[in-house]
Write a protein that binds this ligand. Structure first.
Ligand SMILES: [Zn+2]
Length: 316
């Protein structure tokens, strides 16, 4: 069995909306309660993150954007640029701590302290671009983690697998021209779902042409369609790219019970995706995976699938 870190900080609950919102603190409360009841915590290595260095964040985001975000929180603004992206006075610090959690997971794996890590962080990150927060995301946790791996741990080639049901537009834009980071996103077709990007022909630019790969799924797609995409699209891409490290943007909102989209993945589908990622990591990355929570809004399926995902990360 593999050693898996569970990254969490109680302050993640301090980022909350003044109105009803699907991305709420009780997502993590529910995940933790379920893992506790399942007896899983005794088998995991707890990691409590600290605030990251400013330099870690500035590798991905512009200082002007960070100042804007900090000032908006200090002023008491209730939303950032987009109406759906709420703030409270804590949100800037908690967004930093969320990124810090993902970095802590990467540090634990890269240093050999653990084999893999699951980062139960929020706010999520994959919609956040260099200069813009959107889609419930303030800082791009996955992108910040990739840069930390490259700058602090000498990792050259990183593959990001983003299976959140929404396209990871922020992550895609950050690595658009970067051949050292392969970004694979599988999501509901953008003709039907936020944020409206992630078409097949979006493949990167310049030196990064060919290291962005999008697999949009039609509404109603489920386990079979995902299995085919992983086997026929992702697997050959990984074989060509040969990543040294796998970063997962693990959203669970493609589940059939999730209210935010129209895909039909089951619990077993998420087991397959997790198992597939572990197999890829074993083949190319010495088994190394940092998995970062993104979306997932229906509490029962979110908690079940998070448990399934972590159990698969624990498998050899
Ligand atoms: Zn999502």
């Amino acid at each position: 069995m593999k050693n898996v870190a569970y990254v969490y900080h109680p302050d993640y609950l301090l980022h909350s909306a003044t109105f009803e919102h699907p991305e709420s603190p009780d997502r993590l409360v529910a995940i933790n309660r379920n893992l506790e009841n399942a007896g899983l915590f005794e088998t995991l290595v707890p990691v409590t993150p600290d605030y990251p260095d400013n330099g870690d964040i500035l590798r991905v985001h512009d200082p002007d954007y960070l100042r804007k975000l900090e000032n908006a929180c200090r002023r008491g603004d209730l939303t950032l640029d987009a109406e759906d992206t709420y703030l409270n006075k804590n949100s800037y610090l908690i967004a930093l701590l969320s990124a810090g959690g993902a970095i802590a997971g990467a540090d634990a794996v890269a240093s050999g302290k653990v084999d893999r890590a699951f980062c139960a962080v929020r706010p999520p990150g994959h919609h956040a671009a260099r200069n813009e927060g959107m889609g419930f995301c303030l800082l791009n946790n996955a992108a910040i983690t990739v840069r930390a791996l490259q700058e602090s741990h000498g990792v050259s080639r990183v593959m990001i697998i983003d299976w959140d049901v929404h396209h990871g537009n922020g992550t895609q834009s950050i690595f658009w021209e970067d051949p050292s980071v392969f970004f694979f996103s599988i999501h509901e077709n953008p003709a039907f779902l936020y944020p409206g990007t992630g078409r097949r022909w979006e493949t990167g630019k310049g030196a990064g042409e060919g290291t962005t790969l999008n697999a949009p799924m039609p509404p109603g797609a489920g386990d079979d369609e995902y299995r085919l995409a992983f086997e026929q699209i992702l697997a050959p891409a990984a074989e060509r790219f040969r990543p040294e490290f796998l970063v997962l943007s693990a959203g669970f909102d493609a589940h059939r019970d999730d209210p935010l989209a129209d895909l039909e993945l089951t619990d077993e589908g998420f087991r397959f995706l997790s198992r597939f990622a572990v197999d890829l990591a074993n083949r190319y990355c010495g088994g190394r995976i940092v998995s970062i929570l993104e979306g997932g809004y229906e509490r029962e399926s979110l908690t079940r699938c998070t448990e399934i995902h972590i159990r698969e990360l624990q498998q050899d």
